[in-house]
Design a protein. Structure first.
Length: 134
């Protein structure tokens, strides 16, 4: 079997995650009392993957650094969004390099409804991209 963990760098009450995460089947839910940057949450994932046990881990992580709203200005919103997104993707790539036996499935963002309409139109409405590392 797998050890299953869900991580979110924020309170469990955001989007009522405390109500459904364990019902999905996660054995362990890791929340923080205040907003925690993706880099800090990645360190927690690194710790989980570095445990000396032989169990396989299924870890789901909802990142925060690209959380909306970012800006009301579409140009600034896009600039800040991609800076933050690429920063988080670099963090994930570094984790994948450090843990080559772990498979990372990185799911992209859905259409950001709390962003300027001009920026929202750049997202696909019906699907979310993903990439598999390792």
């Amino acid at each position: 079997g797998y050890k299953t963990s869900f991580l979110f760098g924020g309170a469990s009450t955001i989007q009522w995650r405390y109500k459904y995460i364990r019902n999905i089947g996660f054995q362990n839910a890791i929340w923080t009392d205040s907003a925690m940057a993706d880099m800090a949450m990645a360190a927690k994932i690194d710790s989980l993957l570095s445990l000396p046990d032989s169990a396989k881990h299924f870890i789901a992580w909802t990142t925060r650094d690209t959380r909306f709203p970012i800006s009301d200005d579409p140009v600034e919103c896009e600039k800040l969004y991609y800076e933050r997104l690429f920063g988080t993707l670099r963090i994930i790539a570094d984790l994948a390099k450090k843990h080559p036996n772990a498979r990372f499935v990185v799911q992209g963002d859905h259409e950001p409804i709390l962003s300027p309409l001009e920026f929202q139109r750049k997202f696909y409405r019906r699907w979310v991209p993903y990439v598999v590392l390792n």
